[in-house]
Structure formats: structure tokens, C-alpha cells
Design a protein around this ligand. Structure first.
Ligand SMILES: Cc1ncc(COP(=O)(O)O)c(C=O)c1O
Length: 388
């Protein structure tokens, strides 16, 4: 699909067609897996299509990167070996030791560990702030030092909402760049670059891949200079996604729109069920009118996603028991796949932030609501909550 055509197309058309034209030599409709590390040159420096070595570029990755850029309304996409690899590459591309970053106070635990234990040791200053609070973020910025304001929205696992447009204004006033981790929302539900963000980050392991069969990460930008710096570091640091992983991620991306609608349909039914259950004391979902970020979410998201968190009346012991008792919801880390997952953030995904300001409640359960038959999901939760 040509760039001009991609620009005018709807989301699903871009997800399916952008980044790739049927292969000129065979007509292959789907990008082949180019399992090659190097490329024949037609005389020294005579590269075919610019391909020289697969760390620098590989056609299977090029196709995915083009599609990622198109669905995020960006100019360039970059695919990495994992979400954390994407984040680390971004920090090294845009910061130097001595620079400072403002960071969410309830970010994904692994991202916090990367910043607190790896990037800080490298010399990066870090201040955590509640990203739902524009004034708190403004106060955390150190003029002249803060290079990045980092958001997740919704956050993992407390589903806090940040106002992307307002945060972009705050970051840009201080000559900082706004980074948005769009893993939970996905480009189908929210497009941060169109709201003023400078860089979008993804763990494509989650909804973009969508089938729990591949680990990957991505960065998407609009600005040419940013793209050049990230592209240089992607090659210089080498944490690229391999062709097999790119193939799977790209295949997942093509159905993102239909999957997200079903994830949202099922999550809404699960929220309704949990809200009325006597064993549940608190349900967190941005689609609920009493969620503190509901109005902002309604403005910047198409729908509210497939992630639901809730607390149980019986404390940590009951939370662990519920996680153990479900049969359709699989007890596992990660999220965003077609199958429903349940987890205990305090002991699992967020164990690395225990004892920090990012510690999560011990009675909290996080659901990644999949796309199974919703009545089976409700019956499973009912059985688990009733002790059956
Ligand atoms: C919001 C968010 N960002 C980043 C990551 C890190 O991605 P990966 O596990 O692909 O390295 C995760 C992983 O769970 C995540 O949930």
C-alpha cells in the first residue's frame, strides 16, 4: 500500500495493508519470513533495496515497522526484541548521564526496575509522579535537565489515566519530550501521537501480537530527527526483533481492531458482573463513570480496553485463592492475548516493586479479559469467587 493511500485509509485497512506490497517476484500476499542474516551485494556497496545486514534491516521487519507506523499515525516505526529493549534503546538514544526523567508512580514493575536499577546506575535522574495529576508532573520537572516525561495510560495494573494532551503541553513547555507507553490501550483505542505525544512505546508482546506466542517491543515517532536518532541506536545497540518474531507480531496486528472490540465487549460484561458481587470490594475499569480518569479516558480513547483490576473482601489470602481456582482464566503473567489471564500483581508482575512507592495492594487481582465466550468467563469467575 502506498504511503498516500495508507494515510487516507481506516484503521483496519492500514493494519492489514500498510507496510507491504505483494512480493514483486512471487506475488506473496503476506510478507515472507526472510531468515537471512546478510544480503548479496551487486558489486561493493551495490545493495538491493538498501539491505546489507539483518541487524540494520530485514524485509520482514521493514513490513512490520511500516504497519506499526501507519496504525499509530506516525512516520517511522521500530521493532525490538522486547518492550524493555525498546525502552532502553529509547533512553540511550535521547538521554545522557546527568539527564532526568519524570516517571509514573504506578508504571509496569519491569519498566520501573529498568529505570531504577539500570538507567539510574548509568547516571539518569528519576522522579516518580502521579501521572493523573498534571500539577504533580509539572512540579517534578527539572527545567533544563528533564529530557523525558514518561506516561503509561492506562497504567499497569491500577489503570490510572493520564491526560495525554495536557501532559504534552506540560512537557513541551519545559522543552521535554512526551513518551506514552500505549501497550494497554493499543493504537486501535488511542493514538498518542495525534494528541501531542512525541514517542509511542509498545510491548507488542501484548495486544499487538495478541496471541501470547511472541515477545517484542516497538517505538513509533513522527519527527524525522527523532527517527534518525532511534534508528541509529536500534542498529548500534542491536536489540532488534528477529524475522520470525516480526512475522508473528505483524500477523497479530492485522486483526487488532476486531480483537480489541471483543476484548472490550467481554471486559464490560466482566466489570458489570464483578461490580455486583458480594466478595468484591472495588472494581477498577476506566469505563466506569466513577473511575477518577473516566472523563479523560472518554475523550482520548475509543473504548476502555480489556484490562480489569479488582480487590476482594477476603484480603490477600482470598486473592491468592481466587487466582488458583479459575479454570478458564489461566493463572499467568502477561496480558493482551486472545485467552483470558488472571494474576496477583503483588506476588507476580509487580513483585519487583514491593517496598517501593509503586507497591500494589495485596488484595488486588488483575484480569486480562480474553475473547472467549463471555458466559464461560463469568461462570468461571463466579465459581472462583464463591470458593467452588
Ligand atoms: C505497560 C507495559 N510496558 C512495557 C512492558 C515490557 O514489555 P516486555 O515484557 O515485552 O519487555 C510491559 C510488560 O508487561 C508492560 O505491561
Amino acid at each position: 500500500m502506498t504511503q498516500e493511500h495508507a494515510d487516507k485509509s481506516g484503521f483496519e485497512t492500514r493494519a492489514i495493508h500498510a507496510g507491504y506490497e505483494p512480493d514483486p517476484s512471487t506475488g506473496a500476499v503476506i510478507p515472507p519470513i526472510f531468515a537471512t542474516s546478510t544480503y548479496k551485494q551487486d558489486g561493493v556497496g551495490g545493495l538491493r533495496g538498501g539491505y546489507e545486514y539483518s541487524r540494520s534491516a530485514n524485509p520482514t521487519r521493514t513490513a512490520l515497522e511500516g504497519a506499526l507506523a501507519a496504525v499509530e499515525d506516525g512516520e517511522r516505526g521500530f521493532a525490538f526484541a522486547s518492550g524493555l529493549a525498546a525502552e532502553d534503546t529509547l533512553v540511550r538514544a535521547l538521554c545522557r548521564p546527568g539527564d532526568h526523567v519524570v516517571f509514573p508512580d504506578d508504571a509496569y514493575g519491569g519498566t520501573h526496575r529498568l529505570f531504577a536499577q539500570v538507567e539510574q546506575a548509568w547516571g539518569l535522574g528519576l522522579t516518580t509522579a502521579a501521572v493523573s495529576d498534571v500539577d504533580a508532573v509539572r512540579a517534578a520537572i527539572r527545567p533544563g535537565e528533564t529530557k523525558l516525561v514518561w506516561l503509561e495510560t492506562p497504567t499497569n495494573p491500577l489503570l490510572t489515566i493520564a491526560d495525554i494532551e495536557a501532559m504534552a503541553a506540560v512537557a513541551h513547555d519545559a522543552a521535554s519530550l512526551l513518551v506514552v507507553d500505549n501497550t494497554f490501550a493499543t493504537p486501535y483505542l488511542q493514538q498518542p501521537l495525534t494528541l501531542g505525544a512525541d514517542i509511542v512505546v509498545h510491548s507488542t508482546t501484548k495486544y499487538v501480537g495478541g496471541h501470547s506466542d511472541v515477545v517484542g517491543g516497538a517505538l513509533v515517532v513522527r519527527d524525522h530527527d527523532l527517527a534518525e536518532r532511534i534508528g541509529f541506536h536500534q542498529n548500534a545497540m542491536g536489540a532488534v526483533a528477529g524475522p520470525f518474531d516480526c512475522f508473528l507480531t505483524h500477523r497479530g496486528l492485522k486483526t487488532l481492531g476486531v480483537r480489541m472490540d471483543r476484548h472490550c465487549d467481554n471486559a464490560e460484561r466482566v466489570v458489570e458482573f464483578l461490580t455486583g458481587h458480594s466478595a468484591v470490594i472495588d472494581v477498577t475499569y476506566p469505563g466506569l463513570p466513577d473511575h477518577p480518569g473516566h472523563e479523560i479516558a472518554a475523550r482520548q480513547m475509543r473504548r476502555y480496553g480489556g484490562m480489569v483490576s479488582f480487590r476482594v473482601a477476603g484480603g490477600e489470602e482470598q486473592a491468592l485463592a481466587v487466582c488458583d481456582r479459575t479454570r478458564v482464566f489461566t493463572l499467568a503473567e502477561s496480558l493482551g492475548g486472545i485467552e483470558s489471564l488472571i494474576e496477583h500483581p503483588g506476588r507476580m508482575t509487580h513483585a519487583s516493586v514491593a517496598g517501593t512507592e509503586l507497591e500494589v495492594p495485596a488484595d488486588l487481582i488483575r484480569l486480562s479479559v480474553g475473547i472467549e465466550t463471555v458466559d464461560d468467563l463469568l461462570a468461571d469467575l463466579d465459581r472462583a469467587l464463591s470458593g467452588g
